[in-house]
Each structure stands twice: as structure tokens, then as C-alpha cells.
Design a binder for this molecule. Structure first.
Ligand code: SAM
Length: 426
């Protein structure tokens, strides 16, 4: 794109909003996971059964990178079951999306009708090589038709779109939500956090995890008001944004029970934290919440998000690169290697941590362990994980820029292992 510079290696921060056709290269890993999750839903039939199609809407598609990746990277044998609508209010961005899609069409043509308008009006969508493009306010697009998959990737907070997205979903659906208002979600901007999310934060080693849990709790309570219950599939703090993927089902009784999964994280003296339903007045200064305190990921689904699968699905083959080069791509060998590294990084540590993240676990920052264990230094992450597994527990690295680990071992056991490791290295 002419408005934006070519990304440097490993872009991580928010991109500058340089023109109407917005594309943030730091979101590439989130798009890779989105491709994999949607492919997994089609392949393993956990969203629709008997080879039925999935109707997917990218409600704020901008230049259409995500929808084009859905169409181009999800395996060919699943494509005929995928119906895609791309929506954005910005004329320039949408025209860009359409032109790119026309100039680089998917390998196999996919035909499908536009989604039925719930209010009986004729759809304004333009069908183009397997994608419906439409220019509507996202909220109109979402209340106007029923989808099984809705992606919300706004600038800043997703709050204004949540209600419509949840109403748009069929009885069973998936909503994927990005939030870049991390100052509000972590609590580093307490007034925005209180106003937007009705929560209180503590900016410490758990601020990122709290931000993810706060966004899940917000979607879960919004869903409960509509008699819907959420099951988190994957939820991450990724550098400068929070991204959550939730299965949403209509169920009054389960929506009522969602209160049990909302609580507070209290920092304690004997352990780094405990989740409680309601903090006591004495606990309140050391507590953040209300947050989601239930499972964060789906064990099987996140467990299939391996580096091998990511490369297989999302990294171009030698033939793809040759073809793209013949059309003007200027990648050299270093670019190809960099791209493969980035694809692997998008899912690194996810599969190994999936089981623990789907049940009760303890999350620890390696850098805080020496202070908590009263020793001079922490063992290496790999050694600590190996020692915890040797002691009969589960342990894994958690995907974060900080050195975080998850385990089901009691905190005293972790402290003991850190102390023993220190003694044996002295
Ligand atoms: C962060 S960008 C989306 C990026 C895109 N999903 C991607 O992966 O590259 C946000 C987009 O939302 C669009 N937008 C903002 N408000 C909107 C609204 N009310 N309805 C539809 N689109 C809107 C903007 O035009 C912009 O393209």
C-alpha cells in the first residue's frame, strides 16, 4: 500500500493510521490464528454438523486481508462450505479490498448466495469471486443477517459493536473480538476502565491476563443479557491488543450460571493470587475485577494449533512464491524465512499450554519467582518446566512477551523447586 511503509521485521505495536485504507502488519499473527480456527471449525465440525456451510462476516474488514486469507489459505476441500461477507463503512478501504481480491483471485471459484436479510430487504452486497462485499455500518450489517462467525476488529474498543454482533449470531456461533484499548483493559487508565468496562485493575505482572479476562467477562455478561452463554476457545494478550475467540450458544439456564465464572483476582501473602467470587472490603485494595475466572481456552481446539499446522496452512508453498514473484512480489530468501518464522511465532507455545489453559491453573512470571522464593535468581524456564513435570505436575510456557508459565502445581511446590535449583547451582 502506498500510504504505509513496508513493515520492518517483527512489527508489534499499533500501526500509524496513515490513510483510509488501513492495514496493521502487527495483526498478522492474529489473522493466522483466525484462519486456523475457522478451518478447525469446518474440519472438526464443532460449529456446524453434517458438512453444512458456515456463514462468516468480517464486520470491519478494512482492506480485506482477513477475508482474503480465509478464502486463500483454508484448505481447498473445505472452501465450498465457507460463505464470506466482507463489510466496512469506508469506501476507499472496501474498494481496495475488492480490487485486491479481483487482481489476486482465489485458486478455486466458490459460488454462494448473499445472506438473507432478516427484514426482507434485498441485499446490497456485491458478489465477487466467492466473497460478498458490502458497505454498511457494521451494526446494520450484523442486525440485518444471521451469521455463525462474526469477526470484530475495530479501532480501539469493541464495546459499541458487541450487542449487535451477539444478536447477529445464530443459536450457535463464534465471535472473535479484538480490542486495542489496552490502557482501559489493564487499568492503566482507571477512569476509562471504570466507565467502559465497570471494572477496577491493578497494573502488575497480572495486568495482561486481567485484560484478557476482563474482555471475556464483558462479552459473557453482554451475551447473558441476550440468553446466550460463552465458551472461550482462545484468548490472548498479543503485544498491543487483546484478542478473544468465543463459542456462543443460546441457553437461558447456562447464561444464568455464567455468574459463577465471574469474580476477582486477589493478590495474597501466601500465594501470588487467588480467584474469589466477591472480595472482602480488606481484600479490595489488592483485587482486580470483576473478571472472567473460568477456563480461558478450549483444550482440543487450541491443542490443534501447532506450528506445523500453521506452516502447512498459512505459509506459501514454493509454487505460490514463484507465481507471486511472476506477478511482481519482491521477496528474497530472507523474506521467505522471516515469513515462516512469523507464522510459527503466531501459534508458538499455544498447543503445549492448551490443556492447562482449559482448566484451573497457576500463572507465574518467571522474573517474579526469585523474590517470591527468597532466592537470588530464577532457574531457566525450560528447567523449571521439566522439574515440575518430573514432580508429577503439568507445566508449560504461556505465549506472552513476558516469560510466563502455567502449571497445576501448588505454589509451594514451585517455590521449593526454585529454591532447590538455586541450592544445586550455588
Ligand atoms: C482496525 S480496522 C480493521 C482491520 C482489519 N480487520 C484487518 O485485519 O486489516 C477498523 C475498520 O473499521 C472500519 N469502521 C469503523 N467504524 C465502522 C462502522 N461503524 N461500520 C463499519 N466499519 C467501520 C474502519 O473503516 C476500518 O477499516
Amino acid at each position: 500500500m502506498e500510504e504505509q511503509e513496508r513493515p520492518t521485521h517483527m512489527p508489534r505495536g499499533p500501526a500509524k493510521r496513515t490513510g483510509p485504507g488501513f492495514l496493521n502488519p502487527a495483526m498478522a499473527p492474529a489473522r493466522t490464528r483466525s484462519v486456523m480456527l475457522l478451518a478447525d471449525a469446518l474440519e472438526h465440525e464443532w460449529l456446524v454438523k453434517e458438512q453444512r456451510p458456515i456463514r462468516a462476516l468480517d464486520a470491519l474488514c478494512a482492506t480485506g486481508v482477513r477475508i482474503r486469507r480465509w478464502r486463500n489459505e483454508i484448505p481447498a476441500e473445505l472452501q465450498h462450505r465457507l460463505r464470506i461477507t466482507a463489510n466496512d463503512l469506508d469506501e476507499f478501504a472496501l474498494a481496495w479490498a475488492q480490487t485486491s481480491h479481483e487482481q489476486h483471485p482465489p485458486e478455486q471459484p466458490v459460488e454462494h448466495e448473499p445472506e438473507d436479510d432478516r427484514h426482507g430487504q434485498t441485499s446490497t452486497a456485491v458478489f465477487d469471486n466467492g466473497v460478498h462485499f458490502q458497505r454498511l455500518d457494521a451494526r446494520m450489517a450484523m442486525v440485518g443477517a444471521a451469521y455463525q462467525w462474526v469477526d470484530l476488529d475495530p479501532f480501539g474498543s469493541p464495546i459499541q459493536f458487541l450487542d449487535a454482533a451477539l444478536q447477529s449470531l445464530s443459536r450457535t456461533g463464534v465471535v472473535e473480538v479484538t480490542a486495542t484499548d489496552t490502557a482501559a483493559l489493564t487499568g492503566s487508565s482507571p477512569s476509562s476502565q471504570a466507565r467502559r468496562y465497570q471494572a477496577k485493575g491493578l497494573v502488575d505482572a497480572y495486568a495482561h491476563d486481567d485484560a484478557v479476562r476482563l474482555l471475556i467477562a464483558t462479552v459473557a455478561t453482554t451475551a447473558a443479557r441476550l440468553d446466550k452463554v460463552v465458551t472461550p476457545l482462545l484468548a490472548l494478550f498479543d503485544g498491543h491488543h487483546v484478542r478473544i475467540s468465543l463459542l456462543v450458544r443460546t441457553s437461558k439456564s447456562e447464561a444464568t450460571a455464567i455468574r459463577k465464572s465471574i469474580g476477582w483476582r486477589v493478590r495474597c501473602k501466601d500465594v501470588p493470587y487467588r480467584f474469589v467470587q466477591h472480595p472482602s472490603p480488606e481484600d479490595l485494595p489488592n483485587a482486580s475485577g470483576p473478571l472472567w475466572i473460568g477456563p480461558m481456552w478450549h483444550s482440543d481446539i487450541a491443542g490443534r494449533m501447532t506450528e506445523e499446522r500453521a506452516l502447512e496452512m498459512c505459509h506459501p508453498t514454493a509454487g505460490d512464491i514463484e507465481l507471486a514473484r511472476s506477478q511482481g512480489l519482491t521477496w528474497d530468501e530472507e523474506d521467505i524465512e522471516h515469513s515462516a518464522r512469523e507464522v510459527r511465532r503466531s501459534v508458538r507455545h499455544i498447543a503445549a499450554a492448551a490443556d492447562l489453559m482449559s482448566r484451573e491453573h497457576l500463572l507465574l512470571n518467571l522474573d517474579t519467582l526469585p523474590r517470591l522464593a527468597g532466592v537470588g535468581g530464577a532457574p531457566k524456564m525450560e528447567k523449571l518446566i521439566a522439574a515440575l513435570i518430573e514432580a508429577g505436575h503439568a507445566a508449560a510456557r504461556y505465549p506472552d512477551l513476558e516469560p510466563m508459565l502455567v502449571t497445576d502445581a501448588p505454589f509451594e511446590t514451585v517455590v521449593q523447586i526454585v529454591q532447590n535449583a538455586r541450592e544445586s547451582s550455588d
